[in-house]
Ligand binder design. Structure first.
Ligand code: AMP
Ligand code: ZN
Length: 113
């Protein structure tokens, strides 16, 4: 499948890996928007969150647990962080393999741009 994040998960394309287990892979965003900007992806290809099925609930939960762990590891859990999951065009989704953005290390604005 011609999917950038599947290739990263398979290590056919290099990335700065920060975490990996049987189900989830996390790596540094190539264009960081904050001092901490990590992408957490399921190893299973799911193109948008709209395609996530009931059977994927545990996997989606694992993505959030991984983000929690990485926020603690990076020492930003207490001061705060933002988790973003874009879906389809107007959200700005550019890679059609779901990914949770973990953003931290600076004050975030609200509403987002
Ligand atoms: P989204 O706009 O939510 O689809 O986010 C896609 C993210 O993937 C962007 O923040 C990009 O900077 C990031 N990205 C694109 N290509 C790579 C890559 N090869 N390695 C790491 N991050 C990437
Ligand atoms: Zn994929």
């Amino acid at each position: 499948m011609n999917c950038l994040f599947c290739r990263i998960v398979e290590k056919k394309i290099p990335s700065k890996k920060v975490y990996e287990d049987e189900h989830v892979f996390a790596f540094e965003d190539i264009h960081p928007q904050a001092p901490v900007h990590i992408l957490v992806v399921p190893k299973k290809h799911i193109s948008t969150i709209l395609e996530a099925k009931e059977e994927d609930n545990e996997l989606i939960g694992r993505m959030f647990q991984t983000a929690n762990k990485l926020a603690k590891d990076r020492g930003v859990a207490e001061r705060g962080f933002r988790l973003v999951l874009n879906c389809n065009r107007e959200s700005g989704q550019t890679i059609y393999h779901i990914h949770l953005h973990l953003l931290a290390g600076r004050a975030m604005h609200w509403p987002p741009g």
